[in-house]
Design a protein around this ligand. Structure first.
Ligand code: SAH
Length: 222
């Protein structure tokens, strides 16, 4: 067991150096979070030996845990200070939420697939991430009672930016979302100030679909 842990610590450090630092991730809080979170506990057991490779991996229910670099890039672009209130849409494996929870005091995360919601909630409890609040619902409507949020991250691809999420973004807040077709998207960063919202395109990306009232329609009830 101890030998196993050492192996994962080593792989995690290699991931930080070769996949993140070498590609320009330079926010120390982000790098420190990646050094801490045990990514191998967030993947299915069948993929435990692949947990630190430069790639997304399946997590069941046709969903994926994102490639480490994209998680890091999105986190860095949120420009977090320790006091930010953060909302994530698309809990999935919980890895992105755990990275956020290492940096800020409180993370709210929403998942629409019940088995993933249940599985990840119990993982957060096991790993003692008591500062992550989970919710089972359609995240395209946001988290009305808890807003406004200083940062909102959507980890699934959408045809447009869901209006309720823009409304729940604080003045001075940042929102990151993949926007485009079902197959390919552009990563869009939104900054909100008194005059309205300002968008920057961070480049191409590929995410699973954001399904809900303000995004893609559900193909069937899940
Ligand atoms: N952040 C996750 C990525 C998971 S993939 C991780 O670190 O592992 C995207 C997730 O978004 C899937 O679990 C999918 O079920 C979820 N999702 C899609 N549409 C959603 C919606 N409207 N509300 C909440 N979650 C949604």
């Amino acid at each position: 067991m101890i030998r196993e842990e050492k192996k994962f610590t080593f792989r995690r450090e290699e991931m930080v150096k070769k996949q993140l630092e070498a590609r320009g991730i330079n926010d120390n809080r982000v790098l420190e979070a990646f050094r801490k979170v045990p990514r191998h506990l967030f993947v299915n057991e069948a993929f435990i030996d692949k947990a630190y490779i430069d790639s997304p991996l399946p997590i069941g229910n046709n969903q994926t845990i994102s490639q480490p670099y994209i998680v890091a890039e999105m986190t860095q672009e949120l420009e977090l200070t320790g006091e930010d209130k953060v909302l994530e849409i698309g809990t999935g494996s919980g890895y992105q939420a755990a990275i956020l929870a290492e940096i800020v005091e409180k993370v709210y995360t929403i998942e629409r697939i019940h088995p993933l919601y249940i599985k990840t909630r119990s993982l957060f409890d096991k790993l003692k991430y008591h500062n992550i609040l989970t919710r089972y619902s359609d995240g395209t409507s946001g988290y009305r009672d808890e807003g406004p949020f200083d940062a909102i991250i959507i980890t699934a691809g959408s045809p447009k930016i869901p209006e309720p999420l823009i409304n729940q973004l604080a003045i001075g807040g940042r929102l990151i979302i993949p926007v485009g077709s079902k197959d390919t998207q552009e990563l869009i960063k939104v900054y909100k100030d008194e005059s309205g919202i300002h968008k920057t395109n961070l480049g191409k990306c590929r995410f699973v679909q954001l399904i809900g009232e303000h995004a893609w329609k559900s193909p069937k009830k899940t």
